[in-house]
Design a protein around this ligand. Sequence first.
Ligand code: GDP
Length: 362
Amino acid sequence: GFNCGIVGLPNVGKSTLFNALTKAGIGAENFPFCTIEPNAGVVAMPDPRLNKLAEIVKPERTIATTMEFVDIAGLVAGASKGEGLGNQFLANIRETDAIAHVVRCFEDENVVHVANHVNPEADIEVINTELALADLDTVEKAIKRVIRVANSGDKDAKAQLAVLQKLEPHLNEAKPVRMLKLEPEDMAQIKELCLLTVKPTMYIANVDEEGFENNPYLDRVKAIAEAENAVVVPICNKLEAEIAELEDEEKAEFLADLGMEEPGLDRVIRAGYELLGLQTYFTAGVKEVRAWTMPIGATAPDAAGVIHTDFKKGFIRAEVVGYDDFVHYNGEQGAKEAGKWRLEGKDYIVKDGDVVHFRFNV
Ligand code: GDP
């Protein structure tokens, strides 16, 4: 599975968000064979298409695809120099696929701000500086390692050194590497370094209930995100925590009262998914209707491999019905009769929403 680390300064609303996500999430008891760390929560990808397919197929069970969120508490200025739990914190971020950076965009005199007043730019800068300094350290060490080999004329080492030397001055200015929009071949050169500031990032602007519009703090976060190639999700974490406490029926009523179509958490989960370039395909049998996560652009065998490596190894063909056709013709049989059922080979690029049945050799 894929995961997203939640970071941010103290008192910005990280735990509130994380608790709401865990409450809304799938309990650890559903994953008896995996270890789920206490600071991790697994949430179902909200996808109305899954329910629609289940209505048509009426399976024994319906299973959503999931995403993991990890609460990475404890970042303070100086973390990259080992202050506080700095090193542990950075190691935890290194293991995540994407970063959700919570930024305080609400005023509340009862909630202490670590720097005494709400200031999104300054807050973002503290965190980004720590991450950039940690990357700078990694890059400088790598340069030292590679430079000797490069000087001896090694072509690969020279190419890698060129990329590292492009990153160094940028990181020295405490700017995230993702701003450089590196070409895939350059990215390949630095992949093994697991840099923190190349990870796809979203800013979670934690606003007050009334703070979704005409909120200068939010506008400032949006401006920063735009400049550095990141995404913004405005949300009121306090409200989300209340919503997450409710039973389904109450929840629907509460959301309707607020004029909301879905909990804001769903937007966070979906944004994480998009950030990672992920899409969904479905399998729809009478036993189980299920959503699966694949990277955008995955071929049929790669998508099959998400279910089981044997499905990929023994891949023969994929039987495919597009989601809209599946719904429009009320299931596989109807789609077949309408000529909307296709057999696809190993080069087929699976599309978002495809309903797929894999044929494979065992
Ligand atoms: P963390 O240190 O980043 O994990 O922050 P917490 O989630 O513990 O939140 C710190 C305080 O801010 C708590 O008292 C929360 O109830 C409060 N808080 C969190 N989100 C909001 C919000 O959207 N509005 C207001 N007014 N308070 C919030």
